[in-house]
Design a protein around this ligand. Structure first.
Ligand code: C5P
Length: 402
């Protein structure tokens, strides 16, 4: 919980700054220690006296305290913090944070902070949807920062749209949920495969499938947020990872994925085989583009790819867990059980192609999780991140039994 946590509240120059007084009060009531940092513009919207009274600490806004000449160390502050919340975050501060323009105490402290950073944007709707703001927020996300999306409603300009800073009570809830989050995978190493594999036919053509990688990436984010060190071996996808605890290895073909997994799975506590691996690859890869020859239809000879899950299953040590996925069209349960045995899995996640919101490309999934003893649990259709949390909950349960 928030009791005893050191929270930096960064306030920038937006009209929503007055609401941050309530956030500071709520944090103090929840038992946190709060250090407020204001940008020079923020002081035009709310006085430092209000905030220092509520937080019980002098507000910092300059590199030096004017009357004493004392230097305010952004490095010490960055190390002191358990979390930093920038609320409201203006388009200008978001841009500075995204590009490292450290011309005030708030951004310098942000750059020094080791703790998780939460950003609550507040601005007019057109600024909010401008390409540069969208891009800068995307950059902040890619650094692992947490964006607390603004709400839609009446804005300071009296226009209606997205850009209202999230209410202080809800920002508090986000922070509480973060600190409540289970760290039940702390010090565990988890290897995850994701996405499709691409098997080349010639320099321009290949055999592949529709896997987007979304489920595997959601699993990687979930495991990392619960304290694990994750190695994500991914086929070609257009997704990014947002957590520094995830090391990503990009591969193209099944045999490259096999070699990468073999390299990293020795010390893994859990391996989750989520990739849609092509079963076959062309026996030979033409060095030049295969030409259309008059009436002849070329025959492509295929050969078997390595079964990565099976190979990991064969090397599995006591205490290691192996989780597979299956996408079946018929006899789902009996085929899944068969696969558990054949590949020496501990658990299989079954998604059925019969569900229109489950499986490839979509953002939701509906799974049944089956264990080695044949027991199974069917889950409702949910966003893939929530499905990932259900899968990880079951993994943690199995790890405890071992
Ligand atoms: O045999 P099937 O392809 O249905 O098995 C699916 C499971 O096995 C998935 O977990 C998938 O990631 C894994 N697999 C693999 N290597 C293959 C084929 C499947 O790791 N060549």
């Amino acid at each position: 919980m928030l009791s005893g946590k050191h929270i930096i509240v960064g306030i920038t120059g937006g009209i929503a700054a007055y609401k941050t007084a309530t956030l500071v009060r709520l944090l103090i009531k929840a038992g946190a220690e709060v250090q407020v940092i204001m940008t020079p513009n923020a002081r035009e919207f709310i006085t430092p006296v209000t905030l220092s009274t509520l937080s019980g600490k002098p507000v910092i806004s300059e590199f030096f305290t004017a009357n004493t000449g004392q230097w305010n160390s952004h490095v010490d502050l960055g190390l002191w913090a358990d979390a930093m919340v920038v609320a409201p975050a203006t388009a200008s501060t978001i841009a500075k944070m995204a590009t490292g323009v450290a011309d005030n105490m708030l951004v310098t402290t942000y750059l020094s902070a080791k703790a998780p950073v939460f950003v609550a944007p507040a601005m007019d709707l057109d600024m909010m949807r401008h390409h540069s703001t969208v891009h800068n927020l995307e950059l902040l996300r890619s650094y692992g920062n947490h964006i607390i999306e603004p709400a839609t409603g009446e804005l300071a300009s009296h226009l209606m749209g997205k850009g209202r800073m999230e209410e202080p009570e809800n920002i508090l809830k986000v922070l509480q949920a973060f600190f409540d989050k289970k760290q039940d995978l702390e010090s565990r190493h988890i290897v995850i495969t994701a996405g499709p594999t691409v098997e080349r036919l010639d320099p321009v053509r290949f055999i592949s499938n529709f896997s987007s990688g979304k489920m595997g990436f959601a699993l990687a984010e979930e495991c990392a947020s619960r304290g694990a060190k994750v190695t994500l071996v991914s086929g070609p996808v257009s997704l990014k990872v947002n957590n520094p605890s995830i090391s990503r290895i990009d591969v193209e073909s099944a045999s490259q994925m096999h070699d990468a997994v073999m390299d990293v799975c020795g010390d893994a506590d859990v391996a989750i085989m989520c990739a849609a691996v092509a079963d076959y690859r062309p026996k030979s890869v033409a060095s030049r583009k295969i030409k259309r020859e008059h009436d002849d239809i070329p025959v492509i000879e295929l050969e078997k790819n390595p079964d990565i899950a099976k190979a990991v299953g064969q090397l599995k040590r006591r205490g290691q867990l192996l989780v597979g996925f299956a996408l079946e069209t018929d006899n789902e349960q009996s085929n899944a059980l068969e696969k558990i045995k054949k590949k020496n899995l501990d658990m299989i996640v079954l998604n059925s192609l019969r569900d229109k919101n489950a499986g490839f490309q979509v953002d939701t999934n509906k799974v049944t999780i089956m264990r080695r003893d044949g027991s199974s649990k069917a889950y409702a259709c949910k966003p893939k991140r929530e499905v990932a949390a259900d899968i990880v909950d079951e993994i943690v349960e199995l790890l405890k039994k071992d």
